[in-house]
Design a protein around this ligand. Structure first.
Ligand SMILES: [Zn+2]
Length: 147
């Protein structure tokens, strides 16, 4: 059995040029939201729950320049808050259940929604940073903090 030569079409799709590389922000954010590499959409973005991989396993993109910091947490608070608070107000206005019942619903719901959303939102933020060439995702980036 002989090995087949590499398919030029499949390798061309994974070949990335750093100079003049087009970066579609929407595609990068969408790929990040699915926890995939913002450049190729195939490699896994995370190696742990909120820990990004060092590089993409498919295209080799270096993920270490990402600086999502607290933005994913702020975005999760905004999204979850805009769902839970109106729902709580609506339920209080319409049904007025006992306070213990409300706590038993809203606290786990808020926690589960936050845990469910934080990883994809972080992925989207990393995708956005890559698409906008922020931090070390810019090929012309010069780290002036290194002396
Ligand atoms: Zn990739």
């Amino acid at each position: 059995m002989t090995a087949l030569p590499p398919d030029p079409a499949s390798t061309a799709a994974k070949t990335w040029t750093r100079e003049g590389e087009k970066r579609d922000a929407w595609a990068a954010v969408r790929r990040g939201l699915f926890c995939r590499c913002p450049r190729c959409g195939e490699g896994k973005l995370f190696r742990a729950f909120l820990k990004t991989a060092d590089t993409c396993s498919e295209c080799g993109l270096d993920f270490t320049p990402q600086r999502a910091d607290d933005l994913p947490a702020y975005l999760v608070i905004v999204v979850v808050g805009h769902i839970v608070v109106p729902l709580a107000l609506l339920i209080e206005k319409e049904f007025s259940p006992p306070l213990a019942v409300q706590w038993a619903i809203y606290l786990p719901m808020t926690l589960l929604m936050a845990l469910w959303l934080i990883q994809p939102i972080k992925g989207g933020v990393v995708g956005l940073q890559w698409a906008f060439r922020m931090h070390g995702f810019d090929e012309n980036f010069v780290d002036d903090h290194v002396v």
